[in-house]
Design a protein around this ligand. Structure first.
Ligand code: PBG
Length: 334
C-alpha cells in the first residue's frame, strides 16, 4: 500500500510554506514578555565580565543605565535588578540600607527608563550576606525562617522607597509574601505588586549566577528552603497557590528548562500571570556549546524561549532578553 492509511489526515498540509506556518502558529515570543536580569556591583569603576556567563557583566551604575536603555530600545518588557554590595555581613545590611547599591540603581533606572519599562528588584539576602545564605542564621547554622521575614520586609520597604515598580522575593522562606505585603501596605505601598518566585528548586543550574552575584553559600546548600527536584509538579502548584493566598500578584517557576512540567501545571492552576526564569546555567550551557560551534546559537535560543512560552509562561526572565528582542523585531517571530 502507498500513502497514509487515513488519506484525509495530512498534518503536513499546514507546514508547507513559511506563511502558512506563521498563520497557524499560536505560541509566540514577544519582546514585551521578556525580562532582562541585570547585575550591578558597588564600588567598581568598570563593568566586569562574568567568566561563566559570556556576554553578561557586573555593571557599574553607569554601564547599567546604558544596558537598560538598550533593552528598552529593543522593546524588552522589564528589567530585574540584582545588587552586589562592596561589603557583606551576617545580616545582609546592604539589602535594606537606603543607599545600598540596589536602592541607588533603582533610582537611576526609574529616572532613566522608568516610564518606558518595568523596573523590578530581586528581594533576597544571599547577595548581601557573608555566609551566602538567603536568610539569617541560627547559632547552629540553620536558616531562621521567621527572623528572616523581618529582614525581607525591611528590604521590600527600602526598594519601595527607592521607587521600584515590582518586588520579586526569591528566598523561599515560608510566609515571605504575606510578610512583605503587610510591610508594604503598612507604609502605604498598597499598589506595589509582588512577583513571587513561588516554585523555586534547589538547582545546580544556578552555578554561574553565584559567580555573578558572588553569593555561593559558604557552607551547606539551599536544599532546606528551595524545593527538591524529586518532588512532583503538584508541590510547585501548592507553593504558587500559597503565595497567591498571601497576596502575590504574579508567580514564577525557576529554573525553566528542567521544570517545564511544573510550569505547565502552575499555569493551568492559577489565574495570575506566570513567569519562568531561564537561569544562568541554562544560559551558560547554550553559550558554551555555541562557542564550540556545536549548535546554532540563535535558533537554539529562540527555540528554548518558544518552549518556555508553550509550557505556559507569560513572562520569561532571560539573559538573552535584549538580543532576542532585537532578533524578534527583525523577523517578526521566533
Ligand atoms: C536568589 C536568587 C538566585 C537566582 C536568582 N535569585 C540564586 C540562588 O537561589 O541560589 C539564580 C538566577 C540564575 O541562576 O540565573 N537571590
Amino acid at each position: 500500500m502507498t500513502g497514509p492509511v487515513f488519506p484525509q489526515s495530512r498534518p503536513r498540509r499546514l507546514r508547507r510554506t513559511p506563511a502558512l506556518r506563521r498563520l497557524v502558529a499560536d505560541v509566540r515570543v514577544d519582546p514585551a514578555d521578556l525580562v532582562l536580569p541585570v547585575f550591578v556591583k558597588e564600588g567598581i569603576t568598570e563593568a566586569s565580565p562574568i567568566v561563566s556567563m559570556p556576554g553578561v557583566v557586573q555593571h557599574t551604575r553607569d554601564s547599567l543605565k546604558k544596558a537598560a536603555y538598550e533593552a528598552v530600545e529593543a522593546g524588552v518588557g522589564g528589567l530585574i535588578l540584582f545588587g552586589i554590595p562592596a561589603v557583606k555581613d551576617a545580616r545582609g545590611s546592604g539589602a535594606d540600607h537606603p543607599d545600598g547599591i540596589v536602592q541607588l540603581a533603582v533610582r537611576d533606572l526609574i529616572a532613566e527608563v522608568g516610564d518606558a519599562t518595568v523596573v523590578m528588584t530581586d528581594l533576597c539576602l544571599d547577595e548581601y550576606t557573608d555566609h551566602g545564605h538567603c536568610g539569617l542564621l541560627t547559632p547552629d547554622g540553620d536558616v531562621d525562617n521567621d527572623a528572616t521575614l523581618e529582614r525581607y520586609a525591611s528590604a521590600a520597604l527600602a526598594q519601595a522607597r527607592a521607587g521600584v515598580h515590582v518586588v520579586a522575593p526569591s528566598g523561599m522562606m515560608d510566609g515571605q509574601v504575606a510578610a512583605i505585603r503587610a510591610a508594604l501596605d503598612g507604609e502605604g505601598f498598597t499598589q506595589l505588586p509582588i512577583l513571587a518566585y513561588s516554585a523555586k528548586y534547589a538547582s545546580a543550574f544556578y552555578g554561574p549566577f553565584r559567580d555573578a552575584a558572588e553569593c555561593a553559600p559558604q557552607f551547606g546548600d539551599r536544599s532546606s528552603y528551595q524545593q527538591d527536584a524529586g518532588r512532583s509538579a503538584e508541590e510547585g502548584v501548592r507553593e504558587a497557590l500559597l503565595d497567591i493566598a498571601e497576596g502575590a500578584d504574579a508567580v514564577m517557576v525557576k529554573p525553566a528548562l528542567a521544570y517545564l512540567d511544573v510550569l505547565r501545571a502552575v499555569a493551568g492552576a492559577v489565574d495570575v500571570p506566570v513567569a519562568a526564569y531561564q537561569v544562568s546555567g541554562e544560559y551558560a550551557m547554550v553559550e558554551a556549546a555555541a562557542a564550540n560551534g556545536w549548535i546554532d546559537r540563535r535558533r537554539i535560543i529562540l527555540e528554548t524561549l518558544t518552549g518556555v512560552r508553550r509550557a505556559g509562561a507569560g513572562m520569561v526572565l532571560t539573559y538573552w532578553a535584549t538580543e532576542a528582542a532585537q532578533w524578534l523585531a527583525e523577523d517578526g517571530r521566533a
